[in-house]
Design a protein around this ligand. Structure first.
Ligand SMILES: [Zn+2]
Ligand SMILES: [Zn+2]
Length: 279
């Protein structure tokens, strides 16, 4: 199977600093090499800058004082694996409406290769937390939550702060969906991504979640491709074994949705690459 995924990047990988991932960071890179990947990017969660200090749960994102250690470790790994595999410096940055200036401040603190834009915080709470999502969807309704989520995703793209939008249809994570897809709200996010030049990740993480489906689902991926939004590949690994995990399936999904190229990043510059034809 390694042959099929040769050269693809894994552009969404967490370290122990986020409080809910484990394993030595070096082992994530080793796994990327074993799987025949072309690049790996560490993209740990930005500290929860948009919440009051006492509400910043260290089990959800790195603490402010961990940033320097993170930057040092990733650059040391990049040096160690030079000539074997590029190790990119990334960040998974939450978009929180009204806190754009604070985020800008965080992004100015390092020379990132890529910044992932994520909307997890929707209408005053997490959209994907396993302990609260079922209650939220019951009380607030899937239509309202999905509409608000896509509104925020579009707004995130339009800030121009992000290179890649993550888990495009995240609200489905625990299987909650509106009775009918909110096509207009989705379209708004797709158009915003296109206009801002944001890529979208094809992520295998959803395959490991209750929904059992990659992000984005085929219906949305087809529309993104038709709109000319670039894509890249990721696993959202929280353990070394998850690096490049499920790529046989996401590669098949990509091909079936008309993806013929993907993008990689170096110091936030986008490089277009052809997706190899089926072996
Ligand atoms: Zn995320
Ligand atoms: Zn993540």
């Amino acid at each position: 199977m390694a042959v099929m995924t040769t050269g693809l990047p894994d552009y969404h990988v967490h370290t122990f600093r986020c409080g809910h991932a484990g394993g030595a960071s070096r082992d994530f890179v080793r796994r990327a090499l074993e799987r025949g990947l072309g690049e790996v990017a560490f993209t740990d969660h930005v500290p929860l800058y948009f919440l009051p200090k006492e509400a910043r749960d260290p089990r959800l994102a790195m603490r402010e004082e961990d940033l320097d250690g993170y930057l040092e470790e990733v650059s040391a790994l990049a040096r160690e694996f030079r000539g074997q595999i590029p190790v990119r410096l990334g960040l998974e940055a939450d978009y929180a409406e009204g806190h754009e200036e604070a985020l800008r401040g965080w992004l100015a603190r390092a020379d990132w290769d890529l910044v992932l834009g994520s909307v997890h915080w929707v209408a005053g709470d997490w959209i994907d937390a396993p302990e609260s999502a079922p209650r939220r969807f019951e009380r607030e309704g899937a239509e309202a939550l999905y509409a608000e989520y896509y509104r925020l995703l579009a707004k995130a793209a339009r800030t121009g702060l992000f290179d890649v939008l993550t888990h495009f249809d995240l609200p489905k994570k625990h299987g909650h969906r509106p009775a009918k897809a909110l096509e207009e709200a989705e379209e708004e996010a797709i158009a915003a991504a296109r206009e801002a030049g944001c890529a979208v990740e094809i992520s295998s993480a959803g395959l490991r979640k209750p929904v059992g489906e990659a992000y984005p689902e085929a219906r949305l991926l087809r529309r993104l491709v038709a709109a000319g939004v670039p894509v890249t590949f990721s696993s959202d690994a929280h353990a070394p074994a998850e690096v490049g995990w499920g790529y046989e399936r996401t590669l098949e999904l990509a091909r079936s949705c008309g993806v013929v190229e993907y993008v990689t990043f170096e110091q936030r510059r986008k490089v277009r690459r052809r997706l190899s034809v089926e072996p």
